[in-house]
Design a protein around this ligand. Sequence first.
Ligand code: ADP
Ligand code: ZN
Ligand code: MG
Length: 491
Amino acid sequence: MPAAALSPEIMAKYEPVIGLEVHVQLLTATKAFCGCANQFGSSPNTNICPVCLGLPGALPVLNEKAVEFATLAALALHCEVRERSIFARKNYFYPDLPKGYQISQFDKPISENGWIEVPTADGTIKRIGITRLHMEEDAGKSLHDGFADSASRTYLDLNRCGTPLIEIVSEPDIRTAGEAVEYLTRLKEILLYTGVSDCNMEEGSLRCDANVSVRPKGQAKLGTKAEVKNVNSFRFIHAALEYEIERQIEVIESGGRVVQETRLWNSTEGRSYSMRSKEQAHDYRYFPEPDLPPLIVSAEFLSETRKKLPELPEARRARMIAEYELNVQDAHTLTASREFADRFEAAARSAKSPRRVANVLLSELGGRLKALGLDQEQSPVSMKGVVMAADLLDAGKISSKQMKQLFDVCFEEGEDFPAVYEREKPEQITDASAIEALIDEVIAANPKQVELYRGGKKTVAGFFVGQVMRASKGQANPALLNELVTKKLEG
Ligand code: ADP
Ligand code: ZN
Ligand code: MG
């Protein structure tokens, strides 16, 4: 374990190599090979039958929806889909696996050779290869705590047995903990957009095992890897990878050798423990599943499935940036979920300036929600309210200060923007001579700025607009104010 942090010089001598194996539960109504409900949170051992319990004589029947979801995910990840793939038995004993084997895929998985593009620290885009995406079923769950007699007993909940999964295995292309988190973020986003999974890490519908090795920089041969399991949040994955990289470098630096092993991450202690070494590793004795025929993905099924692909996050961001003149950061925030992006776009299209809608939504509303720890669904101001505020701003019917005041009322009263606007109807000063009087005062009080402006620094106009707006308590008509300030300064 890293006792003391290694110096940056020593760390820099090595290159970390990371490959991720991600298990994702598919959002089908029923399980992979039987009609039991595929549902998280049911009472223990209620969604079970002879098939998913592996009782003698029970036969599996493949859920076509699971195949569709696996194919959809494979296409979204740029994988090649195999026309004829084979299910295989992966044999091992574990209390939560009553069948004694998991149905998985081995040498002929449904899809291979995909990729995900991630932004890297130096601002470039990097392609991380996906070795394979295959179908398999989940095992049950051992419950080690939460019961009065948990100290002496372990309970089993077999509801999860037979839940359809896809496993997505990356190439060892990842080089830093940050890149690994980027890869997972993109992967999760793509899977959410395609709708194949809810990717809920707390509930275990997205789980990640990380394979890590280090090698001296410049060496082509990969180092010996360790696999870190049980990392159930992106934050923990980052920490577990940084820990593992440093641990391995320290082992090598102190003259030792990294051993191939499986390690378990303990997030409370911020370290991992060896779980089993290679000598104890499993031999799964894979063989073709005799109870299932080969899985055929016909050209027709493939093209039908391809039609169900939504516009994917990266493409959507690029389009929205071009269409609405958004910056990259805002485009990311707006496309964080497909639903949110849909709601934004529907609203933006009805507004005069989509860009203004984005600003109000992200800065005015988003800032407040974030400060209160609320999400969009809990917002007192609806998307319709946001559009109205943006249009009023755009037309110069309210100043940004007035909009802020109206939003304050919305949040205080828990009311939507249109109702508050109708009631409050903030007053506007549209009388040019009244505004001019205020401008004269500000000009008289700020001779230096006037000099700057007349010396060519035209941006100083913004200072005067701000000062006059403040003097008018935010009530000056913005368009008129702008016009008059320029006129006065020029004249
Ligand atoms: P295993 O046979 O131990 O399961 P695989 O070759 O199937 O190993 O690879 C499993 C995962 O480990 C993949 O994501 C792969 O990219 C990654 N991986 C393989 N070798 C290394 C290595 N030397 N260092 C880091 N990751 C590796
Ligand atoms: Zn069942
Ligand atoms: Mg493997």
